[in-house]
Design a protein around this ligand. Structure first.
Ligand SMILES: [Fe+2]
Length: 268
């Protein structure tokens, strides 16, 4: 399975256009939150309409999964906590999102909502507990905020990670967590796009402006994860321990040589 992991598009239409242009090169696309941008000049409801249209088109090309981020919240639950109702409604157009879990090939995906309070956090814990009982050969979580105390959530002076996620990773030890949220982590000292906590890989591609967006390609057959960004490209092997500094990508993966258009900058 070749998976494209991306997050924090923040209503960047050039990035959605890029995503649309490369989507068919992958078996699945995961967008880990922050579709919208609270600081945009564009009205929030208009952003929802446009992004929903992009996702509707994308899902005709490739299976896509997406979770909410803190910029995506448009309403409240019964406890008064902010939730992304428009994203839960994406299931009506065939796009799995917050609170859903599904199996593709031999992989169980658990899609977690952004939590704004104890009710949503409790619901995520129950979702993970239920899925732990049916995890398959591989278990991947889609979760906007990376865990606390990880280079993937390092902001330069402190962690912006999720302490609850840190505990859940320790408890359930999924194979992979796909996140976003802390835009600068991969680009700064002591930050990173990849981390390994026990047997769990955690990824955060980070955010850059324009197209292509920073992105990660996981190839579960080749057991590789490759990060593509304007700051360079790096690769890790999923079946080996993580060692730092992470090696730059020295040769294009075979699958990248065979696809067109090339989904990212050419590595040095
Ligand atoms: Fe973001």
């Amino acid at each position: 399975m070749r998976l494209l992991a991306i997050a924090d598009l923040h209503y960047s239409l050039p990035q959605y256009d890029w995503l649309t242009s490369v989507a068919e090169e992958f078996d699945i696309v995961v967008i880990a939150g922050d579709h919208l941008d609270l600081s945009s000049m564009v009205d929030f409801r208009a952003q929802v309409v446009v992004v929903r249209k992009y996702l509707d088109r994308l899902k005709e090309r490739v299976p896509i999964l997406t979770c909410s981020g803190n910029h995506d919240l448009d309403s409240q639950n019964q406890a008064g906590e902010k939730v992304a109702r428009w994203m839960r409604d994406l299931r009506r157009i065939g796009v799995p999102s917050d609170g859903q879990s599904l199996t593709l090939d031999d992989t169980l995906f658990t899609i977690c909502a952004w939590w704004d309070g104890p009710a949503e956090q409790t619901a995520i814990g129950e979702q993970l507990k239920a899925d732990a009982a049916r995890r398959g050969e591989r278990w991947i979580w889609v979760y906007h905020a990376p865990p606390e105390k990880s280079p993937t959530s390092w902001g330069g002076s402190r962690s912006f990670g999720d302490a609850a996620l840190e505990k859940w990773i320790a408890e359930f030890q999924p194979d992979i967590v796909l996140s976003g949220h802390v835009h600068q982590s991969p680009f700064i000292k002591d930050g990173s796009w990849a981390d390994r906590i026990g047997d769990t890989w955690v990824f955060n591609a980070g955010h850059q402006f324009g197209a292509p967006p920073a992105h990660i390609v996981l190839d579960t057959d080749e057991q590789t994860a490759v990060w593509f960004s304007a700051a360079g490209c790096q690769a890790v092997r999923l079946d080996e321990p993580l060692s730092r500094p992470i090696e730059p990508l020295r040769a294009l993966p075979e699958w990248l040589r065979s696809v067109s258009p090339v989904p990212g900058p050419t590595p040095a």
